[in-house]
Write a protein that binds this ligand. Structure first.
Ligand SMILES: [Zn+2]
Length: 527
């Protein structure tokens, strides 16, 4: 059995169907880039046949170069009674122009008859034709066999015939799917072994977490001969979610001694998890295995040294291996190397000897304590590091501002007045908007454009608000994340304050300051 396991991420497709999750095209691109850096082997970007947003994503993704991952477009087998070439949905898959195409097809005879309302043979032809057609177009084809386990239990010979049809068509990977998430590990292992014995193609597993066994089922299949696993970061997905890759990946590395993603990426697992939560605008789950804030927290450690030794015996691994930390005392050293790593990533020349390092660390810790979260706000972090390193003053400052709202029977209008200081100069502008942040953005922008015409190309592309409780005993604050773009690169900035308008202004000011300096960061924070 191969020791290597391929990681196939479907956060952007199956994951995006989760409750309360809505990714913009830009969100999807950022997650894809991050997944690629992390080292997953496949990124399923979406279903071009299901919505125009996914078509746009694949359009944009064409311009990106992925170093580790191959991009997959997802779809289904052709419709009954048409040729694969004549099926619009299949054509959209080819138009997506991805190296990999994944298609789902029926394994369970009951579904063939009741849902597709076609014959057993036509379903086999639909599978084989579609795959052959995609192969003719040079695609690497992953075949997702829907309801593999339920189908096999009901009609084993037919379930097997569908996978053999996929194999005949030339599928590169065939994936057993526990589509409704109700299987148990013993059955998954047994059925995977049965399929393994009859097929030559690489075998994969796709599970859901409906009964809390998504990860266990995936690992059972991997133990029984599968070498490809599909899932999502943080297990996001329809109903109770998909198989959680944030658990599968470290389990493979540390419990099963199998290779999947590069060793050095494992230490960024927690960051990866937080990144997706931030983009999805979800509160991180502290009880998430491996990466949750509580995963390695211990109560009652007063006398540090002796207790710390003892604590290790209560931990199944060293939390640093997955980028997590023990919650008794925060290690100064870990904090420092984190900042150094981050600063280098953003393009700064920083080492342990950099004199400003301590001040920088102190500042970041204080801000994070106050509710800032820099994981997905690298624009603000880049500015903070630069300010500390170069001891520069800000290029402009908001001296005063005023926001008001008038509401009538039919319309409401917000008006913002901003006084901006740039060196010895200042500007005073007024703008209207359909909301307070919009008005503020307009006023700030028109004040600054006089001094910095280059800012004209900078646009606000996304705005996210979350209420956070920075630490116990403090009142809740509002955290605002703003994403901006100049068409070529994009960056995210953050503001935190009890007042939503003040928090938004902070994020706006950072966004525009970053916009002014963006060329200094190219190759760093700007992407
Ligand atoms: Zn699924």
């Amino acid at each position: 059995m191969s020791n290597r396991v391929e990681i196939y991420d479907t956060t952007l497709r199956d994951g995006s169907q989760g409750l309360g999750i809505s990714f913009s095209v830009l969100d999807k691109l950022r997650i894809a880039e991050r997944l690629d850096q992390f080292g997953v082997h496949y990124i399923e970007g979406g279903w071009p046949g299901s919505n125009p947003k996914d078509i746009e994503f694949f359009e944009e993704a064409k311009r990106k170069t992925f170093r580790n991952a191959r991009l997959a477009a997802f779809g289904a087998t052709r419709r009954k009674g048409v040729t694969a070439a004549g099926d619009d949905q299949v054509r959209l898959l080819i138009d997506a122009d991805t190296p990999v195409v994944t298609i789902v097809g029926k394994t369970w005879l009951l579904h063939v008859k009741e849902v597709l309302q076609t014959t057993a043979d036509e379903n086999l032809a639909m599978i084989e034709d579609t795959i052959r057609h995609l192969k003719r177009h040079g695609r690497f084809v992953v075949y997702d066999a829907e309801h593999s386990f339920d189908g096999y239990k009901d009609e084993p010979a037919y379930a097997l015939a569908t996978l053999e049809a996929a194999e005949r068509g030339g599928a590169d990977v065939v994936v057993l799917c526990d589509t409704n998430g109700g299987s148990i590990p013993g059955d998954v292992a047994e059925i995977t072994r049965a399929f393994r014995g009859r097929l030559k193609t690489t075998l994969g597993i796709h599970t859901h977490d409906d009964i809390g066994l998504g990860v266990a089922n995936a690992l059972a299949a991997l133990d029984a001969g599968a070498t490809h696993v599909q899932g999502t970061i943080n297990g996001i997905g329809e109903r109770t979610g998909n198989c959680n890759l944030t658990s599968v990946i470290p389990n493979l590395a540390f419990k099963y001694q199998r290779d999947s993603i590069p060793q050095e990426s494992l230490a960024t697992l927690k960051e990866m998890s937080q990144f997706v939560d931030e983009i999805a605008n979800m509160r991180p789950n502290p009880r998430l295995p491996w990466v949750g804030a509580a995963a390695f927290s211990h109560k009652g450690g007063q006398h540090v040294n002796a207790v710390q030794k003892l604590l290790r015996s209560y931990e199944h691994i060293d939390p640093a291996l997955v980028g997590n930390s023990r919650h008794v005392l925060m290690s100064e050293l870990a904090g420092k190397s984190n900042i150094i790593m981050k600063a280098r990533e953003l393009g700064f020349d920083v080492s342990k000897e950099t004199p400003e390092l301590n001040a920088m660390l102190k500042k970041v810790k204080q801000l994070e304590h106050d509710g800032y979260e820099f994981e997905a706000a690298d624009g603000s972090l880049a500015l903070l590091i630069q300010r500390e390193l170069r001891h520069e003053t800000k290029p402009f400052a908001v001296d005063a501002y005023h926001v008001s709202m008038r509401s009538g029977a039919k319309t409401s209008v917000c008006e913002a007045t901003v006084k901006v200081v740039v060196g010895d100069d200042h500007a005073h502008t007024v703008a209207e908007g359909d909301g307070p942040v919009n008005a503020l953005d307009g006023a700030l922008r028109s004040a600054l454009l006089k001094f910095y015409p280059d800012l004209a190309s900078v646009r606000l592309t996304d705005y996210k608000v979350r209420i956070v409780n920075p630490s116990s005993g403090t009142a809740a604050v509002t955290r605002v994340l703003i994403e901006s773009s100049d068409g070529a690169s994009s960056w995210t900035t953050i503001g935190v304050n009890p007042n939503i308008i003040e928090a938004s202004l902070q994020a706006l000011v950072d966004s525009l300051e970053y916009g002014l300096k963006r060329r200094e960061f190219i190759g760093g924070a700007a992407r």
